[in-house]
Ligand binder design. Sequence first.
Ligand code: NOJ
Length: 557
Amino acid sequence: MDHPSTAKQMSSPLQQWWHTTTAYQVYPRSFSDSDGDGIGDIPGIISKLDYLKDLGIGVIWLSPIYRSPMDDNGYDISDYRDIAAEFGTLDDFDQLVREAKARDIGILLDLVVNHTSDEHPWFVQSRADRDNPYRDFYIWRRPAADGGPPNDLQSSFGGPAWTLDPATGDYYLHLFSRRQPDLNWQNPRVREEIYSMMNWWIARGIAGFRMDVIDYIGKQPDAGIVTDGSRLHDYLQEMNAATFGGRDLLTVGETWSATPQSALLYSGRDRNELSMVFQFEHVTQQWDSVYGKWRPKPLDLVALKAVLGKWQQALSTDGWNSLFWGNHDLPRAVSRYGDVTGYRVASAKMLATVLHLLKGTPFVYQGEEIGMTNVPFTTIDQYRDIETLNMQRLHVDAGLLPEEFLKGANESSRDNARTPMQWSSDPHGGFSSGIPWIDVNDNYTTVNAAAAIADTASIWHHYRHLIGMRKAHPVIVYGQYRSYLDDDPNVFVYERQLDEVRLVVVANFKPLPLSLTMPPEAQIRGLCLSSNYAARDRIDATIDLAPYEAFAVLERR
Ligand code: NOJ
């Protein structure tokens, strides 16, 4: 398998090509529409490869592009070996891989194998009768004594995780929508089919996989266990040996349940499982204990620093971190962690500085690099996301006022991240010549890629600079992490150190000027590596910070 040429520079088992790489997530439906049907597509992605190359991106994670009825925008697959017609064809995909490779960019596919669509032929067979050879591809149970579901497992999209299927009178398990039946990983035939499908894509030249809710595949539904089932790591080791192992591919597991301990199981050097996982502790820590993300708490910087620092320390000598603020399931980073009222540009750059100078592989979510914001939809009809619409129904039925729900959705709905990419000030933000499948954020006239590229002081140029710094300075890639001022609720200060090189990062998370007293160990002089105000080349005992100021100083001893 060929790789982005970055791959070829590193062959030591301790150094991997994805250590110096920055990844970019494309949500195909909303990225770029080439044919005017209002839905983004693969030719649209190909037309933006130069844009991603200029930004410095080395690998693209594509959210699902497979054939699908799109109940969950492609996370419900009906054919693992074909492309959804609205996104293009297999020829388009092959061209994408080729064109990306020509620019030293790898393509990661989204591997959604916890469940399929209910339209997948396996499920169509499986539900037909109890003796069907595909019956055991899914998880079927007899009703409870009262005729109800076998147990009280709940779906992530609200309501019971079991649906009664009239054809046979049994219930099937679906941990997401009822149109996303869960595969039965205990069945070796299921695993063989999945591995063969993975190899089929690997042979097409992809650079790896992002693995959807991969911590679910060991589920033990009768015991009420969803994540971290007893055979989870056996399956991953088996998958590794049967597919990507030894081929230098990047694999990243989506694991909402991960702890630093389990992350070492997934990504430890001698484990033969994955390259890294996405952990979500810094996300869920901000959720309400009862209403979850629908009622987020104000940002608690001390807690956020503690979580990020804990992960930096835990994976400092083994395992590997992924680094991200946003994705297609999360609010826009600058809306959640920054300040879109008066400091959109400064706070977005500050957040980028903090994240990109940590140890791990950064993942930029489309539009983050131009500071796209949450979308202030005013009616529920503007939302398209199955989770948002289901939750609205459930909460309003339970007595919540629709306007209260809308407030939560404005902050937390997955559609905040899914409005079309804002390319220019042309109609629909230059995303499509047709009517987009979901409304474009009205701020596209000022927040767009063309304007950002034209302005050398933009968020886009700041990202480009940081992505380039990671390739140039091993201290960013491999330096030891140490934090300062852990209890300070306003600033994030940390150091990275590799041999004789030290990098100190200072970030003000508040819309106010601050005067900061720095501990003696953090006072250094050297070179300004990054700044969102005037360059600074030293950190003295006292420093005055502007609102959302962030900078990094590199010292060589
Ligand atoms: C996680 C994905 O990121 C999300 O978008 C999807 O709805 C669920 N898994 C189900 O596949």
